[in-house]
Design a protein around this ligand. Structure first.
Ligand code: RRO
Length: 336
C-alpha cells in the first residue's frame, strides 16, 4: 500500500518496491492552475449542500481541484416529473430535467455561495438557441468569480438538449456565435449519443472552443417491472456509472486523437485506476460523476489512488501518462 502526503500539487508516493517517488499531480488547464487533475462532473456533487453538511472540513479538503456547477438555463425550470432515477446494473439512469433557478436566480443566490469554494469555479450553461446561449455566456462570464464556462450541448433529458451537440456544423456555428463574447475558457460538453463524437469535437475546436468534456450520459430507458410502463416520469433518461466506462474510454480516445485542445474525460470513474485509464486515453482532466452519489468523498479518494498509480509506475506527473493509449504513444506505463 502506498503512502502519501499532499502539499500543494506535490504528493510523495511510496512504491510497492520501496523508495519514495515525488509525484507532482498539478496541471495547467486552459491557463488555470489546478492542484490535481480530478474535478466533478456537472450535476453530480451539490457543493452548497456539502458545505452546509461539512462546513470547514470541506474548505480544508475539497474533493476536486475545480468545481463544475449543475447546468443552468436562462429561465427557471422545475425539472422532469418523478420518478427521476432508476438504479441500473453497474450504474443509474437519470431523468432530472435540468431543475434550476434560471440565470438571474443563479447569479443572485447560488454564485455567491459557490464563489466561497476553495477552488476555481466552472459554470455549466445550456440554451435552446444561440441567443439563449449568448445571454447565458454574457451574464455568467462577466462575473469575476467564474473561471470558465461549460457549454452543455448534450443533455439527454430535455427536448432541445441534443440538437446542437449532435451536429459538427451546429456545434461549430454555436461556438462562432459565443467566442467573441468572452475570453474565458469555453468547454464544450459532448454527447456520446452520436456515431462520431470526434467530428463534433472538431466542430467545437474549429468554432473556437478551448476544451471539450465527455461523456454526458447515454440515452436509456427502464420499465416498471409490474406494469411494463416506462419507469421514469419523462419516459427515458441518461445512463451513467461503471456501465458506461468502456464507452467513455473509447470516445475519449477517439476525441483525444481528433483534436488538439484539452479534453476532460469522464464516464464511470470510481477509482484512481479508472482516472489513469482516461488520462492514458488522452484526457487532461478527469471528472468523477455517479460515484459521488455513492461516496461523497470519492473525489479525494480518486486523487489519492491516482497518486499511488503514478508512484507504482515511477511516473512523476500526469503529462508522463497522457495519451499512452493512443496509437503513437511513446510511453509504456507498466507497473515497475
Ligand atoms: O438535468 C439532467 O437531467 C441532466 C443533464 Br442537464 C445532463 O447534462 N445530463 C444528464 O444526464 N442529466
Amino acid at each position: 500500500m502506498a503512502s502519501r502526503r499532499a502539499t500543494g500539487g506535490i504528493v510523495a508516493s511510496r512504491r510497492a518496491t520501496g523508495g519514495i517517488v515525488a509525484v507532482d499531480l498539478s496541471v495547467e488547464f486552459c491557463g488555470i492552475q489546478l492542484e490535481h487533475p480530478v474535478v466533478n462532473g456537472s450535476g453530480t456533487f451539490d457543493a452548497i449542500a456539502a458545505r452546509r453538511a461539512y462546513g470547514e472540513a470541506l474548505e480544508r479538503r475539497f474533493p476536486f481541484s475545480a468545481f463544475v456547477s449543475k447546468t443552468i438555463t436562462l429561465t427557471p425550470r422545475a425539472g422532469n416529473p418523478p420518478p427521476r432515477l432508476w438504479e441500473a446494473p453497474a450504474g443509474m439512469i437519470n431523468s432530472i430535467g435540468l431543475p434550476n433557478k434560471g440565470l438571474d436566480g443563479f447569479l443572485e443566490h447560488d454564485l455567491p455561495k459557490l464563489a466561497g469554494l476553495p477552488v476555481p469555479l466552472v459554470v455549466s450553461v445550456m440554451g435552446t438557441s444561440h441567443d439563449e446561449f449568448a445571454r447565458l455566456v454574457d451574464g455568467v462570464a462577466a462575473r469575476p468569480e467564474v473561471a470558465a464556462l461549460e457549454l452543455n450541448v448534450s443533455c439527454p433529458n430535455v427536448e432541445s438538449g441534443l440538437i446542437v451537440g449532435e451536429q459538427p456544423s451546429e456545434t461549430k456555428s454555436l461556438l462562432e456565435t459565443l467566442r467573441s463574447l468572452t475570453a474565458k475558457p469555453l468547454i464544450v460538453k459532448l454527447t456520446p449519443n452520436v456515431g462520431d463524437p470526434g467530428a463534433v469535437a472538431i466542430g467545437a475546436e474549429e468554432g473556437g472552443a478551448d476544451a471539450v468534456s465527455l461523456i454526458n450520459t447515454l440515452k436509456a430507458a427502464a420499465l416498471d417491472p409490474a406494469t411494463l410502463r416506462p419507469w421514469l416520469g419523462a419516459g427515458s433518461g441518461g445512463l451513467s456509472g461503471p456501465a458506461v466506462r468502456p464507452i467513455a474510454l473509447q470516445q475519449v480516445r477517439a476525441v483525444g486523437e481528433a483534436v488538439s485542445i484539452p479534453v476532460v474525460g469522464m464516464g464511470g470513474v470510481a477509482s484512481g485506476a479508472d482516472a489513469l485509464a482516461l488520462i492514458a486515453a488522452g484526457a487532461d482532466l478527469v471528472a468523477v460523476g455517479t460515484e459521488n452519489f455513492r461516496d461523497p468523498a470519492a473525489g479525494s479518494r480518486v486523487v489519492g489512488e491516482l497518486a499511488d498509480e503514478f508512484g507504482r509506475r515511477g511516473l512523476g506527473s500526469p503529462s508522463e501518462a497522457r495519451g499512452a493509449a493512443l496509437p503513437e504513444a511513446p510511453v509504456n506505463l507498466k507497473s515497475r
